[in-house]
Design a protein around this ligand. Structure first.
Ligand SMILES: [Zn+2]
Length: 273
């Protein structure tokens, strides 16, 4: 599932390629995935418009068009954007394909139909966006503000990091990475943590996100439809030795979500559920 660093790098890649480009053709193959809140047919709304900017908010990419319409894409588990020369055919589960004036195309594909796309005039029309907390990597989110916001959330630290109302952009994978970096047990309750531990958590969040953006910038290139995860320390590394101490990485599945961590570097009382 693309998270803040993945989407940030996709945004950086697409911005110079889409800016000012006219949508010369628009095919919507799966209208059920695209919630059109601006009326008329979505294809008619998109065709002939020019891209005026690409932004990101939480796990949404926001494609701004020149007359004020916004195409918002939250890829969730399996949605993928592809930019490049037109593919010769439509693939099963393609949601939409936008042909560009310069001959390239932007394609959105979703193998699980779990992603959410919206065509809106006002971002307030998108339910999940209205409730988002500050961006996890926003410089305005200072340590003091982070700690002040945390006071409202007494629960498990991984659950808090992935709560988009607390901070926007972190999902399962980066939450595991941040907890490992901070040497904190992911199921520790925030209310049991010391000031030092919370400061460590803040620093780890900033470092992991910034470093991951830099890594992905090098690694992703034009393949924005491929999710790069192999550089991670614990996510997806169950059973492999921890970089820091050599202990085999543990994996716990709860509510269909896997958490990976190092029992030695991130000590805590194992919770069985
Ligand atoms: Zn370790």
């Amino acid at each position: 599932m693309p998270e803040l660093p993945d989407l940030e790098v996709i945004r950086e890649y697409l911005t110079p390629r889409l800016m000012g480009q006219e949508v010369s053709a628009a095919e919507i193959y799966r209208p059920i995935v695209l919630r059109n809140l601006v009326g008329r047919s979505a294809a008619d709304r998109l065709r002939g418009r020019c891209f005026a900017g690409v932004a990101r908010r939480g796990k949404f990419l926001l494609f701004h068009l020149d007359e004020g319409t916004i195409l918002a894409v939250n890829p969730m588990l399996a949605g993928r954007l592809r930019y490049g020369q037109p593919l010769p055919r439509r693939r099963v589960r393609d949601v939409l394909v936008l042909g560009l004036q310069d001959g390239h195309e932007l394609r959105y594909h979703d193998a699980k139909d779990m992603g959410k796309c919206y065509l809106v005039r006002d971002l307030g029309q998108i339910p999940d966006l209205a409730d988002l907390g500050p961006e996890a990597n926003d410089p305005a989110l200072t340590p003091d503000l982070f700690l002040a916001r945390l006071r409202r959330y007494p629960g498990e630290i991984k659950g808090i990091l992935t709560n988009q109302r607390f901070v926007a952009g972190i999902g399962n994978a980066y939450a595991d990475e941040i907890c490992w970096r901070a040497q904190l047990y992911p199921f520790r309750r925030r209310s049991s943590m010391t000031g030092d531990e919370l400061e460590r958590l803040y620093a780890a969040m900033q470092q992991v996100l910034a470093e991951s953006v830099a890594t992905l910038r090098d690694r992703v290139g034009e393949h924005i439809d491929v999710e790069v995860r192999d550089f991670m320390a614990v996510h997806g590394k169950g059973g492999q030795p921890c970089f820091r101490c050599g202990t085999a990485i543990s994996e716990v599945k709860r509510e269909r979500r896997a958490t990976q961590f190092c029992r030695t570097c991130q000590p805590g009382l194992m919770v069985d559920r």
